[in-house]
Design a protein around this ligand. Structure first.
Ligand SMILES: *Cc1c(COP(=O)(O)O)cnc(C)c1O
Length: 472
């Protein structure tokens, strides 16, 4: 019987030990940079053909398949990984991922989340405490910042309108910076607000929301018959890592009795650092806050905290009847996770986070956040001092945007050159960085996500860029 063999404990013991060895070898090779490629780049078609061929070969040893996956993936544990804002997860947390995948408790109801539901509450309240919320605060975990931001806006809507029961009676709107993550735009449109309902406030030279314009945009929305349900502050924005002035947004929201949501998916993690926490001054006045554990907090994706100043608000988001799930439908039970999350079945993400906390203490989060931020400050200094390079702005977070300008090149040539440099870096695969366009200028962009990245790696990146530029 195939099934019996596939479920066999001894079979698992053997295969899993082999996988652990493969992964430990990967970690050692990546971290020591014996592994030369951060990203083994191939075109989508090349990769598709490879896997098509692989599929045609039929069944084979799992270790061969795992070896291909390891080799052909982007290596976040390589210190020269400086690309998108996803954490190179701690091995401990990844181990907990294997544990939770095997146990597979679905969480929606208490009986299916005996461990993960209480841990989720403990972790939520660790964060609400760090934020500076009071005793009524708590929160939940959900599958990613995108879903968490949508959920927060649904809560904002549910506490202020009857849309859930009656459908739309009045067009709604949210106010957000033009630099906000695209998922806020997507959430507002998903909620039926249309392009007029997602009102984008221009940003200043540091790419922060120009909060002095909020009043005028708000009045215009109200005059056109819209009900504004929330203002969203970015902490920080994705492309430049700029933190909005949360105090100014809080004052505005207080004045007009508006829901104040903070998208801290990336930068909310600074609440773990006394040194960097001033970046989110005012966050304690928010009604809801999103923080991704899988960005600066060492956890495998996805694991996102959605936190509420008044925990009871979160029970209004989806007040729906599911008799077969919950005996006491109306009760505000923290332990029945599915009552207030989009997901029904949900990953036991709290176990992965708690494994880090329990093993290393919360200081490890502090250390990571500070290391990554300090590294960005240092990199900006190196770029600033180096001939031929230019910073887009001094970084506030672990994200740095810069470009190669060289000498005597026109604006258009610089644009083309930097796009070509980034493409070439991708194809060579020795570094992984990305690019972004700021006010029509193309910049190279690094987010320093790997705390094992050193100044030496950063200098080597600039050397590589210069070498490529000289050949173009
Ligand atoms: C990454 C990010 C998101 C999206 O979160 P996911 O976990 O990738 O869904 C939203 N907002 C900001 C500011 C982010 O940095």
């Amino acid at each position: 019987m195939r099934l019996q063999q596939a479920y066999s404990a001894e079979h698992f013991r053997e295969e899993a030990h082999r996988l652990v060895d493969q992964l430990a070898d990967y970690l050692a090779a990546a971290q020591s940079q014996q592994l030369e490629t951060v990203i083994p780049y191939q075109s989508p078609e090349e990769n598709f053909l490879f896997w098509q061929q692989n599929a045609q070969e039929g069944a084979g040893a799992s270790s061969d398949f795992f070896a291909e996956v390891i080799q052909r993936s982007t290596h976040l544990h390589h210190p020269r990984y400086m690309g998108h804002q996803v954490s190179p997860p701690l091995p401990m947390a990844a181990m907990a991922g294997m544990l939770t995948s095997l146990l597979n408790n679905g969480m929606a109801v208490y009986e299916m989340g005996l461990v993960s539901n209480p841990l989720e509450r403990i972790l939520s309240e660790l964060l609400t405490h760090k934020i500076g919320f009071g005793a009524e605060a708590s929160g939940l975990l959900t599958s990613g910042g995108t879903l968490a931001n949508l959920t927060a806006l649904l809560t904002a809507r549910a506490t202020q309108t009857e849309v859930w029961e009656n459908g739309h009676e009045q067009p709604l709107a949210v106010l957000v910076s033009e630099e906000a993550h695209y998922c806020i735009d997507r959430a507002a449109r998903t909620m039926g607000m249309g392009s007029e309902g997602i009102i984008k406030i221009p940003t200043n030279a540091r790419f922060q929301m120009r909060t002095e314009l909020l009043e005028a945009y708000y009045q215009k929305a109200v005059q056109s018959g819209r009900k504004v349900i929330a203002v969203v502050g970015s902490a920080c924005s994705t492309s430049t890592g700029a933190y909005d002035d949360l105090v100014a947004i809080a004052d505005f929201c207080e004045k007009h009795q508006l829901w104040f949501h903070v998208d801290g998916a990336h930068g909310g993690a600074v609440v773990f650092s006394e040194r960097y926490k001033p970046l989110v001054k005012g966050i304690e006045r928010a009604d809801s806050v999103v923080i991704d554990w899988h960005k600066m907090l060492l956890t495998p994706a996805l694991a996102t905290a959605l936190l509420f100043k008044r925990n009871q608000d979160s029970f209004q988001t989806f007040h729906q009847k599911a008799q077969y799930l919950w005996a006491n439908q109306g009760a505000q039970e923290w332990f029945n996770s599915g009552k207030r999350t989009f997901e029904c079945t949900k990953l036991m993400m709290s176990v992965k986070i708690y494994a880090i906390l329990k093993t290393y203490g919360e200081e490890i989060f502090t250390e990571n956040v500070e290391t990554l931020h300090d590294l960005a400050v240092r990199f900006a200094q190196i770029v600033h001092e180096r001939q031929g390079f230019e910073l887009a702005l001094a970084p506030e977070s672990n994200i740095v945007c810069f470009r190669f300008v060289g000498e005597g090149r026109t604006a258009e040539q610089i644009q083309i050159l930097n796009a070509a440099i980034r493409q070439k870096l991708l194809e060579e695969g020795a570094f992984y960085i990305v690019q972004t366009t700021l006010r029509d200028k193309l910049y190279l962009r690094v987010s320093l996500m790997n705390p094992l990245t050193t100044e030496n790696d950063l200098t080597a990146l600039l050397d590589a860029i210069e070498r490529l530029a000289m050949k173009m």
